[in-house]
Each structure stands twice: as structure tokens, then as C-alpha cells.
Design a protein around this ligand. Structure first.
Ligand code: SF4
Ligand code: SF4
Length: 365
């Protein structure tokens, strides 16, 4: 079954890359669902607009949508699962902090019962106490943020003792997986590069060497500078965006020589480390210091054909980095009626045409 699903996803990805070139902009059912289940998060990370509470940021707008609900009700998600589970897409549960969602275990249970694989992306604060339940609910993947060694991570996330708490949580998870003789969930540690930690990547990888993780994913900082937001708003006055992730962080303060040297050494480190995307020195310079576009490998934003994103209000949105537009709400309509309605198809035409796309991870795919 797993092999079959993998094969089907591959076929869907290939056919989507052909379909996205056609004029009518219809899409096959998406391979991946990203569902934001709660607005709660106990941290205030420096490179996150949610923790920093900036209402004009596209991340804040996309996450919350228009209503004041703190959570997406489980019944709404289960209704969605009943609509989509026939073809077994992968379900990625995100937040703010998904482990703060009151029904997180029931949600994973419902997906597993319907044969869908689940992933969560978490700050790890509640990992220690929830690991047992997560394993038994059948969680497939867990992405845990660690953005530096002890002092650096605690400073970025604004909580003393956090690093040790998260590492203890990972050790406990590993211990329980061994006890129950299971290889799942797959453990991915996610490190996001910013001006607060670019010199600290190798030390972090070294500090985590005794953990039994599957992968470390090193991601470049995703941001929209004030200049890029203005450039966008001049060109698209009807789809405005604000700056993203630059309120307490400044990509221009990243020293490219140091970052490049860290990433080069990392390439030789071990096969479990993945840098996304891999950039040469000139590209790094351009990425962090300018607002210019570069490395567009495909002229279409293929994720608009293969990934569905749903926020805490139940709105189907483009992506959490995109300008906020609701294409419809899953509380009111069947998902597939929204997915291929003219509003979404019209938006697919605009994928990668926005200036704010230049620093979006989907731009490089
Ligand atoms: S844990 Fe995640 S949602 Fe919470 S402040 Fe940090 S980056 Fe933002
Ligand atoms: S590349 Fe542009 S259109 Fe595509 S997800 Fe990113 S911001 Fe949205």
C-alpha cells in the first residue's frame, strides 16, 4: 500500500507539472494537505510573525483568516477527511503550535483510521508528555524546530531552558519508539537560518550528534522585506501584503562569508543533513542582501496544483507565504468544489508572478 501511494503521488506530481502549463488551470486532487489547527503558541520566536503578533504579515493573515476562533473544530476536519480519504493524501498538521490543539491525538487517530499518513511541525515544548499518545495514534513524521545550540535557541525563542526541554522530549520519544519496537514517527529536526544563528549551524549539528534523528533540515529564512512588500503592492494593489519575518530579524545582517563556510563544511558532515535550497555564494549574497529574483527552476508555482492549505477558520488558501485570499470555506462547501472553482484557477495563473514570491521556498521548485 505504501509503495502504491508513493507511486501515485509521483504520477500526480508529474501530471501536475504538465497540467500547470495548460490554459484551463484545473488541478488533480492534491497530494498534500497542510491544515493549521490552532492559533495558540506559547513561544515568541524572533523570526516568526505569529509569536511577534504582527497582523499585517501574510503569515498572520493566512493562519487566522477572518474569524476569531482559536481552533479549527475537529468535526470540520473529520468532514474534510471523509471527502478526501478515498485517495489517501498526506496530512500535515501545523499551527501556530499543533501540540497545543486540544484534539490533536483524536485528529491523528481519525486520519490514521482512514489510512492517511500524518506529519506535524512542532516547537517540541509538549513533546515529552505527548510522545506516548503520538506514537499510538500512528503519527508518521514529526518535524521539530531547533534553531541553535542551547543559549542561541533559548534566546531566539524567548524561553530559558527550552533547548534542554526539547532535546529531553526527543530522547524520550526515541526511548518509547525503542520500547514499542517502532520506527515511526520519522524524526526531522528543522533549523531555520537567520541573522540570529547563521554562525551556529555546525555547532548545533555537533551538539545533536548523539540523538537518533532521521534528518536535519536546514532551511533558509523565508521573509518579505519592507521594500519587497512595497514593490508588490505597487504592482498588485488589489492583493496587498505586508512585510514578513523582518520585525525582529534582519536578513541583511547575515554575514555571507561565515554562512557559506558553515554550509560548505556541512555538506561533508553526514547524509542525514539536507540544506533547502542549496545556493552558491553569489546566490546567498543575492538572497539575503537584495530583493532581486533568481533561481526560478519552473515558471509555474506547482504547489498550487499539488498542495492544499487550510487555515484555522477553515478557509482554503494558496500557501501560508502567499498574499491572503480565501477561495472558499470547508465549513460551507465540499473541498473539491473550492479546489477547482474559477477563483482558485484564476489565482493559479498568478503563481510566481508576485514580487513577494522571490523569497518564498516554492519559488525555487
Ligand atoms: S514556535 Fe512556531 S508558531 Fe510559535 S512563535 Fe515559534 S515559530 Fe512561531
Ligand atoms: S511562489 Fe508565489 S505564488 Fe507560489 S506559493 Fe510562493 S508566494 Fe505563493
Amino acid at each position: 500500500m505504501k509503495k502504491f501511494l508513493k507511486y501515485m503521488r509521483k504520477i500526480n506530481q508529474i501530471t501536475s507539472s504538465v497540467f500547470c502549463k495548460l490554459k484551463f488551470r484545473y488541478a488533480f486532487p492534491p497530494n498534500f494537505f497542510y491544515i493549521a489547527v490552532t492559533k495558540s503558541c506559547s513561544l515568541k520566536c524572533k523570526m516568526c510573525d505569529w509569536g511577534g503578533d504582527f497582523p499585517e504579515s501574510p503569515f498572520t493573515q493566512n493562519l487566522g483568516g477572518v474569524d476569531n476562533n482559536k481552533e479549527l473544530h475537529l468535526e470540520v476536519i473529520v468532514k474534510l477527511f471523509d471527502e478526501i480519504s478515498w485517495y489517501r493524501p498526506s496530512v500535515n498538521i501545523i499551527g501556530a503550535e499543533p501540540l497545543e490543539y486540544s484534539k490533536i491525538i483524536e485528529l491523528i487517530d481519525e486520519a490514521t483510521l482512514r489510512g492517511m499518513e500524518t506529519s506535524i511541525t512542532t516547537n517540541g515544548v509538549l513533546l515529552n508528555e505527548m510522545s506516548d499518545d503520538l506514537i499510538f495514534a500512528g503519527l508518521k513524521n514529526i518535524n521539530i524546530s531547533i534553531n541553535g545550540t542551547q543559549e542561541v535557541h533559548d534566546k531566539i525563542c524567548g524561553e530559558k531552558g527550552l533547548y534542554n526541554k526539547v532535546v529531553d522530549g526527543i530522547k524520550n520519544l526515541e526511548h518509547l519508539m525503542k520500547k514499542y519496537k517502532t520506527n515511526e514517527p520519522i524524526i526531522n529536526i528543522v533549523f531555520t537560518i537567520s541573522n540570529h544563528n547563521y554562525w551556529n549551524i555546525l555547532d548545533t549539528v555537533h551538539a545533536l550528534r548523539d540523538l537518533n534523528y532521521n534528518n536535519i533540515l536546514i532551511n533558509h529564512f523565508t521573509f518579505i522585506s519592507k521594500e519587497l512588500a512595497s514593490m508588490h503592492n505597487e504592482k498588485f494593489p488589489n492583493i496587498k501584503v505586508g512585510p514578513k519575518a523582518v520585525y525582529h530579524s534582519d536578513p541583511k545582517k547575515v554575514c555571507i562569508d561565515v554562512l557559506f563556510s558553515q554550509l560548505e563544511k556541512l555538506k561533508k558532515y553526514n547524509h542525514r543533513i539536507h540544506i533547502r535550497p542549496v545556493l552558491n555564494k553569489n546566490e546567498l549574497e543575492k538572497y539575503y542582501k537584495t530583493d532581486e529574483p533568481f533561481i526560478q527552476r519552473n515558471s509555474k508555482c506547482i504547489c498550487l496544483w499539488t498542495e492544499a492549505n487550510i487555515n484555522v477558520s477553515g478557509d482554503v488558501i494558496a500557501k501560508f507565504y502567499c498574499p491572503y485570499i480565501s477561495f472558499g470555506n470547508i465549513k460551507e462547501k465540499n473541498f473539491f468544489l473550492i479546489w477547482n472553482a474559477s477563483k482558485f484557477r484564476d489565482f493559479r495563473k498568478l503563481g510566481k508572478k508576485f514580487p513577494v514570491c522571490y523569497r518564498c521556498p516554492s519559488y525555487f521548485t
